[in-house]
Design a protein around this ligand. Structure first.
Ligand SMILES: C[S@@+](CC[C@H](N)C(=O)[O-])C[C@H]1O[C@@H](n2cnc3c(N)ncnc32)[C@H](O)[C@@H]1O
Length: 254
């Protein structure tokens, strides 16, 4: 692996691999085995399927929806699970009837759609009454963080792939240097420099990446008649909302 190999990111990567994928999935989705086993579940924007893998292991009857052309390698990654179907499609036009799923989760996706609120509403319409929904999006940082992020991304989203790789390598070296100095956490209040090159590459290369507050996410879920039943919060990067009413939903920010 050259540090940029996304198709198996989460499987055999030295940092993100099957040994820790499940723990990360639980922290981001707030879904446990009981919430998933034998349930009809949608992973909305599954990417390479790393979190579908964890849900599938829990015994979910899983549909993994992904817009990108990488779905073929996603299907290969999940081929061992007869309980998973990988579907290429768009959250805004998801090929499922309303009120279909017991559980819907979406990790690190809605802020890339251009309209996270509408995407949440579209997903909520696919949820059965009494079902649960988990939404994990990027949290809004302090004004300096947001300014710096906007300024860097204004340039990086226009870089070619080789240029973005070079940018990522430099940013990753800086992150390692901050780690050695023991100041990476403090620096992360001003600039996002993940501890993995793939995360840096996708953060600075994603053409659309909106950041959201708890209140916004709560508002989106309230509009879809959901009630919070649980939250987790590690600002500015991770927080979570869990709701329960006639529908339940869970919504982390990262
Ligand atoms: C940052 S990746 C996260 C993937 C996966 N959930 C994970 O955490 O590994 C975001 C994914 O959302 C997908 N995506 C973006 N907009 C989408 C849409 N409208 N419908 C379905 N998938 C979408 C992208 O193609 C990409 O694979």
């Amino acid at each position: 692996m050259n540090g940029f190999e996304y198709s198996r990111f989460g499987w055999d990567d030295p940092v993100y691999n099957l040994q820790n994928a499940e723990e990360i999935f639980r922290a981001k989705s707030l879904l446990n085995n009981e919430a998933l086993a034998n349930k009809l579940v949608l992973d909305a924007g599954c990417g390479n399927g790393r979190y579908s893998y964890s849900a599938a292991k829990s015994g979910a009857q899983l549909f993994s929806l992904e817009l990108g052309d990488g779905v073929d390698s996603t299907a290969e990654n999940l081929a061992e699970f007869p309980n998973v179907q990988v579907v290429q499609g768009d959250i805004f036009h998801a090929p499922f009837a309303d009120n279909t799923f017991d559980v819907i989760y979406s990790i690190g996706v809605l802020m890339h759609t251009g309209d996270a609120r509408k995407a949440t509403q579209r997903l909520a319409s696919k949820l059965k009454i009494g079902g649960s929904m988990s939404v994990h999006v990027y949290g809004q940082g302090n004004p300096f963080y947001e300014y710096i992020d906007r300024t860097i991304r204004k340039r990086t989203i226009h870089l070619s792939a080789p240029e973005l790789r070079r940018f990522t390598q430099s940013a990753y070296r800086m992150r390692q240097w901050l780690d050695r100095l023991g100041v990476a956490d403090q620096a992360s209040r001003l600039v996002r420099l993940d501890s993995h090159p793939i995360s840096i590459f996708s953060w600075y290369g994603a053409p659309i990446a909106t950041h959201h507050t708890y209140d916004e996410v709560k508002g989106w879920l309230a509009e879809s008649h959901m009630t919070i039943v649980d939250t987790a919060n590690q600002p500015p990067r991770l927080s979570a909302i869990r709701r329960k009413s006639d529908r339940q939903s869970i919504g982390p920010l990262s």
